[in-house]
Design a protein around this ligand. Structure first.
Ligand code: G3P
Length: 217
């Protein structure tokens, strides 16, 4: 399973990238706002050191404008995936841009039928938001499972990019169910390394080591 990092915070991306944890990056208008940076400038900087797909989202609502925005974003770097919302105009944009050879990430997916139609429109990635479904007492993971089954039934090549990941359990569940990619905030990716028994075990080892009076260096 690939790890994308869901942020426009360049320092946080660099830290994870140096560890080989970054297979790609996703951004959205809210994350650009949070970064306080200009979208073109920050996206270009991210693409200067991240080798995998970097999603940058259009903000127009009508297809011809979305296509124009998508082409402008795609011109930033060859590894840009143009992110479009799962609307009818977004699907038209997806079809045009994917036919031109650009990667397209169709976002704000909340149903299996939306994922099916995005695959038909040539999406490179489909982004189901699992946390936001959990927020309204639906099961985000069920959606990932349904999309996996549908895509496998018909051999769709669209990659399932599980988004709105809020916890380490979300990451594990997505890996078990067969998501191709997860995109998660840096803190969630870092939390995968944590376990209370690791902390406890290390504390005991260090106490015992101190009693030996030895040094390694
Ligand atoms: O990738 C989509 C993600 O940024 C949304 O996450 O936590 O705002 O639902 P969240």
């Amino acid at each position: 399973m690939k790890f994308f990092v869901d942020t426009a915070d360049v320092d946080a991306i660099r830290e994870l990238n140096d560890l080989g944890m970054v297979d790609g990056v996703t951004t959205n208008p809210s994350l650009i706002l949070k970064s306080g940076r200009d979208i073109l400038e920050v996206t270009k900087e991210i693409c200067s050191f991240v080798k995998g797909p970097v999603s940058a989202e259009v903000v127009a609502l009508e297809a011809s404008e979305m296509i124009a925005e998508g082409r402008k974003l795609a011109a930033i770097a060859p590894n840009i995936a143009v992110k479009v919302p799962l609307t009818w105009d977004g699907l038209k944009t997806c079809k045009v841009l994917s036919s031109e050879g650009f990667m397209v990430n169709v976002t704000l997916c909340f149903s299996a039928n939306q994922a099916l139609i995005a695959a038909k429109a040539g999406a490179t990635f489909i982004s189901p938001f699992i946390g936001r479904l959990d927020d309204i007492n639906l099961d985000g993971l069920d959606l990932i499972g349904d999309i996996r089954t549908i895509y496998d039934n018909y051999d769709f090549k669209t990659q399932i990019l599980a988004a709105s990941i809020r916890s380490a359990n979300h990451v594990k569940d997505c890996a078990l169910i067969g998501a191709d990619v997860i995109t998660a905030p840096p803190a969630v990716i870092k939390s995968l390394a944590s376990h209370v028994l690791t902390d406890k075990g290390l504390e005991q080892f260090l106490k015992d080591w101190a009693k030996t009076g030895q040094k390694i260096l």
